[in-house]
Design a protein around this ligand. Sequence first.
Ligand SMILES: Cc1cc2nc3c(=O)[nH]c(=O)nc-3n(C[C@H](O)[C@H](O)[C@H](O)COP(=O)(O)O)c2cc1C
Length: 420
Amino acid sequence: MRLLHRHFIIGITGGIAAYKTCELVRRLQDEGATVQVIMTEAGTRFVSALTFQALSGRPVYSDPWTSPEGSGPANGMPHIDLSREADAILIAPASADFIAQLANGQTESLLATLCLAREIPLLVAPAMNRQMWQNPATQRNIAALREDGITILGPGRGDQACGEVGDGRLLEPEELLQHLVDRFGPQSSAPEAARFPNIRGILQGASIVMTAGPTFEPIDPVRGITNRSSGKMGFAIAQAAVLAGARVTLIAGPVHLPTPEGVARIDVQTAEQMHQTVMQCIQSTSAEIFIGVAAVADWRPETTQPGKIKKNSGSLQDIRWVENPDILAAVARLQPTPICVGFAAESGSLDDLRALLPAKRQRKQIPLLVGNIGAETFGEDTNQIMLCDDHGVTLLPPASKLELAHHLLTHIATLRHHST
Ligand SMILES: Cc1cc2nc3c(=O)[nH]c(=O)nc-3n(C[C@H](O)[C@H](O)[C@H](O)COP(=O)(O)O)c2cc1C
């Protein structure tokens, strides 16, 4: 009963994923919370108000002009009164249309009016087709909601109802529940949490552009050169940076990881694409911080063969290799210069790492370089990192990547503090 005495408004808008919210409403009550469901008219087309009335044990509100039979505040103003007794409003699923309304302060439904008139936290869990999600209009609206302090939960990545695959899935009921428990439940009882530095809000309002994962440099249509980076370290940093209050744009090489909640993700393949995308995003988001976690290939084939190179053709030996752009160095040369944090994945021992980091940091002209032993950590959930800055080299004890991400962001917040 982790949500005993909590009362939530659950808003349901017009999306296929509305069926998942049935389970969420049940699970919230299992945890001791009470739930008031409010639906848009389009929402009622996907799951009936009757279903939610039965699940929540309360009449469902939808029409701004009439309250459900036998209920409603005496003053006839549910758009004000319903939120006054609640701890938070969660919109799940939030349609692209509803997000646009919220971003623009529009009040086309009881639910939208209630959101505008609220004094309590608003959490929004988008659910839509991947193209609708990636559309610049939706991304602009999401950025506006974040600016307004609204929490964006997800979306998740994977198979979609329309048959396509990508970002835009409603988070699972259990994930949404966990978020409400983390935020509105009793203080987290996870023993591990005590070891994590508390980073909530330490990078409030900062715009971070970061990279993660490997790159893939094609040789021909079926072959290429890549490395064993899994992206886990970078994704953990992105996840923690959102908790720290930053707006995070994550440019990811080919990895099989879900997008952390609240992170804007752009997928790329090659080092050149990553370079271009980083430069564009730094400009478009006025990034204050750049964190280069990706294991970017240093070299690529000069040309990609249009057809598969045959086994006996000898052409594989003839491949000419050209150097890829040094993304970190390029960002460090920008004016104004974002706070640049680089990652060096090396082989060898920790002593070797300790010896080479200062010169590498000097060469890159960056305030913080993080070293780790690539072969030992690629694909793992744990890591050991070394921080190299103006004060020298510090080795952190082995820990989960998420815990290390918390330590690293604390360090970055200090750098940011000193640079302003
Ligand atoms: C079958 C069908 C499925 C839809 N699924 C979604 C969806 O998953 N996400 C979304 O943003 N819009 C979806 N739409 C479009 C919305 O329902 C439409 O924009 C509606 O006006 C939203 O209204 P509301 O924001 O007031 O709830 C779908 C429409 C149809 C006909």
